[in-house]
Design a protein around this ligand. Sequence first.
Ligand SMILES: Cc1ncc(COP(=O)(O)O)c(C=O)c1O
Length: 491
Amino acid sequence: MTDTAGAGALPVEGVPAARVLDEIRALRAADRPTHGGRLFAYVYDPGVAGLDELAQAAHAESAHVNGLDPTAFPSLLAMENALVGAAARLLGGGPGTAAPDVVGSVTGGGTESLILAVKAARDARPDLAEPRIVVPVSGHAAFAKAAHYLRVALDPVPVDPVTLRPAVADVAAAIRPETVLVVASAPSYAHGVVDPVAEIAAVAAEAGVRCHVDACFGGWTLPWLRRLGAPVPPFDFAVPGVTSISVDLHKYAYALKGVSVLLHRDPGLRAPQFFAYADWPGYTMVNPVIASTRSGGPIAAAYATLRHLGEDGYLRLAARTRDAVAGLADAVRAVDGLRLMAEPESTVVCFTADDPGLDLFLLVDELTARGWHTQPQLAYAGLPASVHLTVTAAVAPRVAEFGPALADAAAAARSAGPVVLPPELLALAGSLTPEALTPDLIAGLAAGLRLGTGPAPDRMAAVNTLLQAAPVRLRERLLVEFVGLLQRPAW
Ligand SMILES: Cc1ncc(COP(=O)(O)O)c(C=O)c1O
């Protein structure tokens, strides 16, 4: 970005406020639409008039407050405790329940909650030199990140290609004397199916191991869907053996970004999550979560959102979302060659293509060209490539338009495809090792795929086809290199 006062974020002379805002708006014009019910990932939009304004005003009230010290800013502590209480109550904890002593912390997001769940489990077992965690492959990638950051070994458990859930016997068999945590998802992000939490928690408890339920995605919808009559299996603190649960308020609680809650069944389980340090000459430091300085903005915005919507608001939004999910699933069923990966049981619609003439990555591009933003998922471990739709309440008024758009996009993908990459490129992707990737090779690949220069291309089918042809470790390395090309300083 250039301007007459000097290029980049730090011009020689300051730029007037109105112009700065215009510049940001101009940049935002290239973004995917965050509102309007046509974006099926990244953004959770309830489509409630006035809610954005309320959340933004609440954010502004507390933006400068620092969560580093709860005694200096009791307002934040009060709002955090209220959010934790609300999440705990929704998830089967609190006075009069099977988990009366439940406690928790507000974190900056689902990944931070999961890293902290793993840290608490690891640090509760200082006797173990090589701690391990058991995670179904459908568990969120943040568990692998936690394992990597915390030097904990990851024991993945396969999922059944039909049910998309792990077999409880496989989970039990993966538990070893060094296992500190067993994970279940409610539901999994990729396919939206709920793991057999009660059975998994039971085998964990029998082995004396903690069990974390990752309800980051579904913790704020499953309880409402159950109240609306959906057959939601037990997944919360009502299940014996569940020791911690994460739920992201910045997902289906429709809060602004930057708020998740990590709950533990009792304070003893939470204690090893904290970090305190007094062995330096500065302020005495105690951090319940990873971040030290934390803006109060997201916490205040989440508090305002929950209080404004209330239980009846969330029930109404869940009902609209449920109906939208049913309508979108019907739209998928109506297109020849497409198949639902699973019957929707939460707020995800995920489908694959049974017909090799219908290239899913092209379909995603065709949908994008028609203003519908879906998320492609690569084939993995016997599971086919798929398209993921995170469905929010704002989608409801759009459902009738989606069916024709999907049919039209599928017809276009069928007549254009499938994507054919040069055979030598495919052979290279299939045989290269990450170590053999040279800067020249990466630059050549990126140029061939039109990556790394300017905004991402509108059409990603070739990139996805190449990534899919690569073994997992090479996929990871290519992603790192491609994003590294994007993250370059603007002078
Ligand atoms: C089930 C689940 N767990 C964890 C996360 C990670 O959350 P975040 O992106 O807020 O770090 C997600 C995000 O989609 C998720 O769906």
